[in-house]
Design a protein around this ligand. Sequence first.
Ligand SMILES: [Zn+2]
Ligand SMILES: [Zn+2]
Length: 639
Amino acid sequence: MGIIRPLGRSLTPLPDESAAGFLMRLSCRLETSPAEIAIATGLVTPARARNPLPQVLQPPDGVIELFARRIRSTEEEAARMFLTAFAEKYPPASNLPRSYRTSVGSRHNRWLFLHASRFCPVCLAGDGSPVQRAFGGVWKRTWRLPPVFACLVHHRYLAHECPVCHVSALSTNPGTVHGSLPRWRDSGIHPARCRSTNEEGGVRRRSTPEMGCPARFDQVSPPSIVPSVQVEQLQDRLLSLLSPDGPDFVDILGRITPVAHYFNDLRVLCHLFRTSWPACLEFVHDRQLREAAAACELAAEDSPRSATLRSFHDSPLPAAIPCAALLAGADSLLRSIQPRELGTYVKELLSHDPRRPGKADWSRDFLETRPACSDGLLRALAPVLQTYARSRLPRAVKKPIRKVSYRVDNIPQFLQCDWYENYFGGMDGIAVSAIRRTAALRLCQIAVGGSLHNAASMLDFPLTAEGKHRAADGAKRVHQWARQRPDPGEFEEAVHSLADYLDQCDSLIDYRRRRNALRNWCIPENVWREIASRIPEPENAGHRPELGERKRQTASIVVWARLSEGEHVFAPHPIRNRQDPKNRNAWRLSDYAFWARIQQGTTRQVDDQLLALLDQYIAHLAPIIDLEGEVPKESSPWS
Ligand SMILES: [Zn+2]
Ligand SMILES: [Zn+2]
């Protein structure tokens, strides 16, 4: 590197000034072109001066120090002139493209005005000081961020285009593949002047200072409305969240959320709002803003291709007023309600699309790109988007939508009784077993994604025809039933509320561990003798119940079902298996009959005595299995 020579007559960077704005002001002062200044300050090498946009938006590696010395400022001041400073808080400003040809305008950076800028005419006019009167005011860096739509100093919405030629301010040269500021190599153009080279009749001539649009951005008249106090508060909050020195977290949807996730949430909701414009305006509480936005004609994308339409709707609106309306609506939803309500609104907004919610353009875009949104938004969207049951799923929906902290191991095959009572107890018109089985499978899908079939195998449903049938049939019945309910989303929402509860539990039972320990298990003979001996002789010298092998099998099934919270029909039955094939069915029916008596509350005295002893045995086994992962052979509560 050669000797660093500071420029003789530099300028002090203004607060929030962009590098592009600084180059324009300094070139005006030194009566040269922004390109010459960029080369002289080391920001751009002569070889790259034809394609400098990436360098003007983010400093090339290692040039900040050089740039700072040449413009006689501190490194910190110089670093603040580039968009990269926002990367941590505002995801679209991270991973800025290094080369214009390859990736400028990629989806990731789309929510950044890389090729134009909004502006405040009064800021551009300067503060009246001699230097600003001569060379103009500040072109702010934050004006390239779509969430910045108003100037809080001058209480006005930002402008975005020339009032005369209607070309976007600082629009990158159209019709070329080179990304450069407009009139990058032209000298003598005031920073506040429109840099469009569009001549009357569309003819472009050789560049001279006189050619091009003569309009001045610092003389643009104000829009018809001024931002209300409420809108300014929103802008103030957004600016503070964007600031690298601002807060790291924000409270939305009832949860403390990293700021970067909040901005992704805003973008995702603005996209949804665009697809359902103007229905979304009902969420904009500021009447003046709502009416002004409703009067704006949003350009319609005429391409019928889904992918084009999706990127069109995901792009930020350059005009400040409708963009402010979208952001205000999205922000008010995120701040004022709980995920459950937001899910309902999302469903309503998706109803403009004739396809079902999971298939709508916006949903497909979300599922394919999976933006890093807040936990609250993911919680709101999961019941809307993750309603799949088929075994063959498109790739995009195989991943879970929300993040949960409970594990699949914590889910029993058949929903725990108290969970059922608390979350599904009031639901009538459907078999309890279908709800308990399907809810367990859905909890598994919420945690790991994938199909119902996959969930059944993760919960160790037997891979027999009966096991598969029960899993699929229960879910089918629940879905059919749910569609007929006054609120078809009631069941899904209840499963997600239960998932919320499980997420807050400090300790959950590891049901998989229990299922593994009890695989092919039955009550050991010595323990069974102990149990049988404790059942008293019937009163009045009545008939003593049979307490042989068949009862041991039945009792083993009860213990298995209680410990693993599985369905008795899926319990192992090793003793029954050892019987003569023609007896097995009778044994099975006997097991079922015993179970039916428990379910219906028609147990006999001897059943109750047996069940009471089994309860003691279960209470004895549970902590041992949870700790050691296996059932002790000899141990019983009575030994
Ligand atoms: Zn201003
Ligand atoms: Zn113009």
